[in-house]
Structures are given as structure tokens and as C-alpha cells.
Design a protein around this ligand. Sequence first.
Ligand code: FAD
Length: 494
Amino acid sequence: MPNDATTDLDTDVDVLVVGAGISGVAAAYHLRTQCPDRSFVVLENQESFGGTWRTHTYPGIRSDSDLFTFGYRFKPWTGTPIATADKILEYMGEVIDENDLDQFIRYNHTISNAAWSSADKRWTVQASVAGSDEPVEVRARFLWMCQGYYRHSEGYTPTWPGMDSYEGDIVHPQTWPDDLDYANKRVVVIGSGATAATIVPAMAGDAAHVTMLQRSPTYFATGRNSNELAEMLRELEIPDEWTHEIVRRKVIFDGAQVAKMSRLEPETVKAELHQGITDILGDDYPLDPHFTPTYRPWHQRIAFVPDGDLFHAINDGNASVATDEIETFVEKGILLKSGETLEADIVVTATGFNLNVLGDIAFEIDNEPMDFAQTVTWRGAMFSGVPNMTWVFGYFRASWTLRADLIADLVCRLLNHMDAKGVDVVTPTLGDDAGMELKPWVEAEDFNPGYIRRGIHLLPKQGDRDPWIHTQNYVEDKETLPLADLDDGSLHYS
Ligand SMILES: Cc1cc2nc3c(=O)[nH]c(=O)nc-3n(C[C@H](O)[C@H](O)[C@H](O)COP(=O)(O)OP(=O)(O)OC[C@H]3O[C@@H](n4cnc5c(N)ncnc54)[C@H](O)[C@@H]3O)c2cc1C
């Protein structure tokens, strides 16, 4: 049973972890194994663990990256590479059970404020508790922010003219109604990303027809939802731990090759991706405009379509793609700029997220409100001028969890280093680098999805030199983070 009791909540801890998604559970595991003497608690707003994988309940909800790398380094994945949300939750549940982590997690706790006091050398954090009028206060020496990157309560839906006059249902995938009946209904899914590519085939069997309406196309890779190397190693009865590690390395190696090829020979990569689609839809299907983005492959995450299900749904006539723009909603559907009307009983707005920097928590340092957009990140993991705090912001193009594990190693090493030095406070400090050129957290030409474009002004900055660069590159991070010099002068201890 999920634990939401507050009565036995430890209100003075070494580390407070915010969020029990895949990153928060990683933090708990690593604290327990790498810093066994530190007391800690995880506070989570939802009624149980899982984060993203609990919030999203739309038809077909699944990962778009493989679970060998989206899974933890320390817990073998034994299923198919692309996994449904319930399988991911099952896996996380096993991690919690096997490591006795439940005792540290408190659910239904929503943190609203966090205030650092230099005099106390503590964060004081306030949380409301579902079903109670009494907020709780926890004091913590260190904050480990695992709140993810988007607001869980509500997805992003643009405003289009005529929405009020539309007579059907408008649904966002993030807040999917349990009782939505789409059998034999005409559905339009607005969007072209991994979410749309998942929902369209999942609804296509039951709905009368599903149209994926996209303003601009996305690159899709298709293939069997299986990993040949994993299958072979399993057949040879290689221990799961070995298989997990070997397949992770292969997936990471292949990913780096694709990224490199996408930069050096984008047309070759594009042709290969297109061939996968043509193999299912045939030569006559118009890849341009429906599946030919203007950007080069890998500029945004390439969505993997397991077993080509999206394309089979199109081939079967149950789904189709419209690449066009919305002129206005009308009573019976959507009028497009081309003049065509898409009639729809249900419109699904797979239009993305509202970026949420640090869990919508109001932060203060010594009674001064904190603005994270004014800070510079230390190795993408801490903030200049902010004491005793880390955040986990994973990779956009590789699996998020790869970085959650790496950051956990770094933070645990830092906490143990502080113990050894006999200090209580660590603050990233710009010092002589204060005048360096500052850049956005993510460079637009490197990665530019809508939620980042809309929210980049809220994110911290990065610098032009180590340790103030945030690379978004796992292959580089896995070499540099474990060796990061904690006494290079960029961290101020007291
Ligand atoms: C549909 C979907 C599919 C995705 N698929 C992939 C994929 O295949 N591969 C990949 O690498 N990435 C994927 N992502 C990105 C994904 O969000 C991350 O990979 C990962 O799940 C994030 O984990 P997290 O624990 O860091 O954050 P989240 O999963 O967002 O969890 C954060 C938790 O913190 C809690 N929280 C936030 N603020 C507070 C607060 N103030 N007080 C208390 N609790 C709080 C939230 O309730 C939530 O449970 C996907 C995202 C979505 C939406």
C-alpha cells in the first residue's frame, strides 16, 4: 500500500527528494546504497510512485525510448524494449520493494515553498497534504529536485478560433477521461510527436476513423519491438544483469552512431527512415509532406514506432494523416487552411506540455525570492548561488534515466565528500567566470520542441566553459561527471 501517513514523517532530514517519478526513485535507491548514513524522505504529490507513467493514461501509453536505457543501470530490464506505462510502473514497483524504499516515500504531499536559511544551514519546505487542512513542514540539509520538466496537472492546449462552437469533446492526453467512449467515433488527433503516434494506432481499431492532424511532420523510425542482441543473450541463458549491461552499451553505441550520421549524412539517415515507412505504406504513399520534416533527423527526438503500428493503421484505412493548419474549429469539426473540413466527434490535443521549472515551488534564499532564470548551472546539475540543491534534468534525445543515475552518483559523491571535509554547505560559485558569455539552457539550433521554446526564459543559463556547460550528451557526461573535480574552486564549501 502506498504510504501517505504524515504522523511518522521525519521532519528533519539530511536530504529531501522532491518527486517519486523515475528520477526520485533513483535518488532514493542511490542514497540508500551510496550514502547509507544519510536520513532522507521523498515527498510526492500524486497518490503513488511513477510520475509521468502514472499521470498519463491515454490509450496505448508507452515509452518511446528503449527500456534497457530508460530502465535503471542497477535493475535489469527483462521485457520488450518499448514498454507500456503499466510495465514501467511494475518495474519501478519492484525497485521500491526490493530495496525497501517505501518507508522513505510520502505520497499526496505537494510542496509549495522552500526557503533556505544560511543561519540554520537548512531548507525549510512546506507541503500541503491531500485530505488534510494541516500543512507539513520538513527541514532538510539538502534538496534533491526530481520534479520532472512539465506541470502534471494540466497539458498545453493552444487556443484556436471557434473552439467554443465545437460540439464534440476536446481531450488532452495528459488528462484523459476514464470514461471517454470513442467506439465508432470520428477522432482527430492534433499533433505529430510520439504521443500522437501512440494514440492514433491505439484508437484506430475501435474508432470509426482517426486522423492525425499535424502542422509539421516528425521523423519516425520503425522496427520490431524487440532487441536481437537481447534475444540472443537470453537464449544463451546469459544472466539478466549481463544482458542488461551489454544491451545498454549497444543501444548507447547505436544511438551515438545515429546522432553522428544525422549530422554528417542527414540525407542517408532520412532515406533509411523513409524506407521503413515505405516498406509498410508502399511507394505511392506521399512521404512529403506527411513524413518529411524541414529539420535534419535528430534535431528533435526521433520517435520510434514499434512494429510500425501507426503505419499499419494508415495502411488498413483506419487512420490517416493531414498535414495542414487549423483555420478554425466549427460545430462539427475543424476547418483547415486548405479549405478542407475534418469532421470529428472527439478532438485529442496532443500538443505538448507546460514547462514547469522546479515543481512550481516558490523558492527563497535568506528571505529573498529566487529566480532560477538568473542562475547558471553547474554541470547542468546545480545552480550558481543556490546552496545545497541539485536537480535532475535528463536527456532529450537519449533516455532520461541515464542522466538520473549519473547525477545520483555525482550527488552522492558530493555528499560523501562534504562529510569527509566536515562541511555543511556547498554552493556553486561563478568567481572569475562571472563575466563569461551566457547561453540558453538549450540552444535552439540543437533542440527546439515547443515546450522548450515557450519556457526557455524560465530556465537557468549555461556558460561557455566547464563546469558551467550543460551538454545534453550522455556519451560525454558518462566520462566527465564521474571524474568531476569537486575541489576545482567552482564549489564553495562552508
Ligand atoms: C508520455 C510521455 C512519454 C515519455 N517517454 C519517454 C521515453 O520513452 N524516454 C525518455 O527518456 N523520456 C520520456 N519522457 C520524458 C519523461 O517525462 C521522463 O523521461 C521521465 O519519466 C521523467 O521522470 P522524472 O521522475 O524526472 O519526472 P516525472 O515523471 O515528471 O515525475 C516527477 C514527479 O514529481 C512530482 N512533483 C512535481 N512537483 C512536485 C511538488 N511541488 N511537490 C511534490 N511532488 C511534485 C510529480 O507529481 C511527479 O510524480 C516521456 C514523457 C511523457 C510525458
